[in-house]
Design a protein around this ligand. Sequence first.
Ligand code: FMN
Length: 454
Amino acid sequence: MSTTRQMHLGAVPYGTGGPGSHTLWLDPDIPVDASVNVEWFIEMAQLAERGKFDLLFIVDSQFITPHSPPHYLNRLEPLTLLSALATHTRNIGLVGTATTSFNSPFNLARRLGSLDLISGGRAGWNVVTTGDAGTAANYGLDEHYDYDTRYGRAQEFVELARALWDSYEDDAFVRDRATGQFLDVDKQHVLDHDGEFFRVRGPLNLVRSPQGHPVIFQAGDSEQGRDLGASVGEGIFTFAPDIPSGRAFYDDLKTRARDRFGRNPDHVVIMPGIQVVVGDTDEEAREIEAHNHERDHSFAAALREFGRPFGWHDFTQYDLDAPFPAETLRHGERSFYTRAKELTQRAQDNGWTLRQAVEATRVRRKGEFVGSPRTVADKLVEWWEARACDGFNIGIDHPANFRRVVDEVVPLLQERGVFREDYDSTLLRGHLGLPVPKNRYTAASAVLSPVVGG
Ligand SMILES: Cc1cc2nc3c(=O)[nH]c(=O)nc-3n(C[C@H](O)[C@H](O)[C@H](O)COP(=O)(O)O)c2cc1C
């Protein structure tokens, strides 16, 4: 594991097109069924691995409308997909979103533990509480949980999963054909958890992988979300429009982790999601950006998508040129409330109409990471050196563009010594500079009997 600070890179495949990219699938370089095409994902994972990326990240949601982005309408379940990718890659980390609101801890700990074993210690879990409130109806609930319940469940869920992953001490399986002993029964542990939200007896019927626990990622931005990230997150996914806001978030998260939760801030790796556009020259890249933007962001699609943080509220019912309907904020209370509040506040502060508020989400400022390979590499390093982040999650939109990132931008980062030339670990924890957690029972017995083993 490298001891000097290194940049971390993730790749996020958006298949046929995510939010704001409803026409991505028109690119003939992308199979029209990319989001359910395992061969396409294998190709992208192998491409990212060729670029020595730390990880591939599969986002997820479980509620759609007829107007959802193409990638959302029809896509593979992340952990199933990542298990397939594990057998076609050797080093890259494999991170998937799984919600704590609509899963049970035993089942999810088992599935994530299985991915970690199948991949030889490369699994990561993006813990979300589900922003799409409509998901509740797919799980037999009348409405989504409120924020305190969402994040209360998430905290207990993660701690419980970690405890379940420790069910077996690392040397529990003796597997000695000479003596006929398969298991050292003293090294299998029942949990008997009886908490506020969950009751789980354990043990988990699965041994730990070489990295002990899958790496925990977190992406919530509310107060509760940031606290969850600071207390259990080892990787943080976020968005940042510029260096000052990136730095503010970075400082806040790292300070919370250190001061509130007594953690080493270096063990919280912050990676904002970004879009990169590479051209032969800066001018050409700006032209490509403008062209993509024009094609991808119709007002009609933006108006529909505007409703997502508000529980997919239908904003087409309002007069576009009347003052922004601020009373709609209540629809976001159990959805992406932090974002809904932000959008409402901005509209009110500026005295905008609905049309202006939607236009403001369309008129993306000139992207930060747009230019020749050298310009892009310089920008990435500038953010990273300013401690606006520890690395980046780069969206895979047009594959030709991502190939240029791998083949032309990454070598410049390597030349500058900020990014690995090759993998020096087979574990995702190794890539991210994170320690392998000790099994809690082994650690406890080591404390109780310090003499043993000298
Ligand atoms: C970079 C990033 C990636 C995210 N990925 C997902 C995802 O895959 N699925 C999901 O349901 N929510 C995802 N979220 C949403 C959050 O985890 C969270 O549920 C949402 O932002 C609402 O909670 P908050 O108000 O605490 O932010 C993501 C957020 C960010 C910033």
